[in-house]
Design a protein around this ligand. Structure first.
Ligand code: AMP
Length: 426
């Protein structure tokens, strides 16, 4: 299938070809036609599937067919959970609309609102936003959503994880009832289905697994290690392997900072990225990592969500996530674009139950290795780390235990990731 056959305008085809894309990804093939027909769409897709172009291209097509050049009210709103994702989606919107007469802007918190308000005042057709700043500007009377024709809710599951449900509801109330709605989510918990039911009108459902990444295509390994020896082990692995670009996950912001400091002391360039970092610091860390100046990026789950870092050879879980699905998100960052990837997890005794839950979710046992000098502590308790410890801004979906959350999705026919392996087999 080609982009031409999807019915996109010449201006969009030109932009797509400038990006170097030759074939639409599965989610693009499935989502673009119903969006162009004006239908509501519920898409199961995560970062790495090409989902952004999946909604941006048809959205731009629709808006450009019926331009409003003089007075430009916001006609399309894309809501994202994080600033980084908002910035990435906006960058995509800019690129794909290069040959169209459409204006776009991005707004998110943590930076001065003045330039954002000024951009909106001049008129924008497409607004990409995080919920907090959007509502802020709206409350100040600097922004109206009364003319929105297309609403995109990106990474809806993360939105709920981050406690944005109320904000989403407020945003929805400020838009006209008659509009086209597109919702993207990697998982389909009960809460997500409820949200979808409230937003979407007879949606077409589409689904895509990440193109180049499947759980069983990634080389995964567990290192059993004493808690106190983890830092030494991770430094050894990175140094011995001479790894140049490593994404490391910690459960807490504090843990990310601490690990980062120790890496730097050991002579490994590292930067941390998490919710407490300023927008400038996050952008700088990510740019340094992408350019190769920074060897190790230490991230928390929420901060890493949606980051577009192609061709990542190594992902290390310094601590296992207490939400099993986050493990799949994390390791999905390696082995992209057909490159070989390796996902390693440092597991101490108190994480044993997390490991078991993850293995249940991905339906495979992970190979275990012990490195001499970094053995696990035989006397350490295997009692799990307390629920809630290390959680960041997570509530709604996680009001139950992390384990019940993975069980829920496993039992759900709409849940994609837990059945990913079986998806592949079928
Ligand atoms: P996304 O899932 O939207 O974050 O996209 C993941 C990556 O795939 C981004 O780097 C996109 O630029 C890239 N991409 C999107 N669509 C295509 C396509 N049809 N062919 C090749 N790469 C693509």
């Amino acid at each position: 299938m080609s982009f031409q056959s999807l019915g996109l305008s010449e201006a969009l085809l030109k932009a797509v070809s400038k990006k170097g894309y030759t074939t639409p990804s599965p989610i693009q093939q499935k989502a673009i036609p119903p969006v162009l027909e004006g239908k509501d769409v519920l898409a199961s897709a995560q970062t790495g599937t090409g989902k952004t172009a999946g909604f941006t291209l048809p959205l731009l097509h629709i808006l450009s067919e019926n331009p409003k050049e003089k007075f430009r009210p916001v006609r399309a709103l894309v809501l994202t959970p994080t600033r980084e994702l908002a910035a990435q989606v906006y960058a995509n919107v800019r690129e794909y609309s290069e040959f169209l007469n459409l204006r776009s802007a991005v707004i998110f918190g943590g930076v001065n609102q003045k330039p954002q308000a000024a951009a909106i005042r001049q008129g924008v057709d497409i607004l990409v936003a995080t919920p907090g700043r959007l509502l802020d500007l709206q409350n100040q009377g600097l922004l109206s959503l009364k003319r929105v024709e297309i609403f995109v809710l990106d990474e809806a599951d993360r939105m709920l994880d981050m406690g944005f449900l109320r904000d989403i509801e407020k945003v929805i109330k400020s838009m006209p009832e008659k509009r086209q709605n597109l919702m993207f989510s990697a998982t389909f918990s009960k809460d997500i289905k409820k949200l979808a039911h409230g937003i979407l009108n007879h949606p077409v459902q589409v689904e895509a697994t990440p193109e180049n990444t499947t759980v069983d295509a990634i080389s995964q390994k567990v290192y059993r290690v004493a808690k106190g020896l983890k830092t030494g082990l991770i430094i050894k692995l990175i140094s011995d392997g001479n790894w140049k670009q490593v994404l490391v996950f910690t459960r807490t912001k504090h843990g990310a900072n601490k690990l980062c400091e120790k890496m730097i002391k050991a002579g490994i360039t590292a930067a941390a990225i998490h919710g407490n970092k300023s927008q400038g610091a996050r952008t700088k860390a990510l740019a340094g990592f992408k350019s190769g100046k920074v060897r190790v990026l230490v991230a928390t789950d929420i901060a890493a969500r949606g980051l577009d870092i192609p061709l990542l050879p190594h992902v290390i879980n310094f601590e296992l996530p207490n939400i099993s699905e986050d493990y799949v998100h994390r390791i999905g960052r390696t082995g992209r674009a057909g490159a070989s990837g390796e996902a390693l997890s440092l597991v101490s005794a108190d994480e044993t139950s997390f490991l078991r839950d993850i293995e249940k979710l991905i339906e495979m046992k992970l190979p275990v290795q012990i490195i001499e000098g970094f053995e696990p502590d035989p006397n350490a308790s295997t009692a799990p780390i307390k629920q809630g410890q290390g959680r960041q801004n997570r509530n709604s979906r996680n009001s139950g235990s992390s384990r019940s959350s993975s069980r829920n999705s496993k039992g759900s026919s709409n849940s994609r990731r837990p059945n990913r392996n079986s998806d592949r087999r079928n």
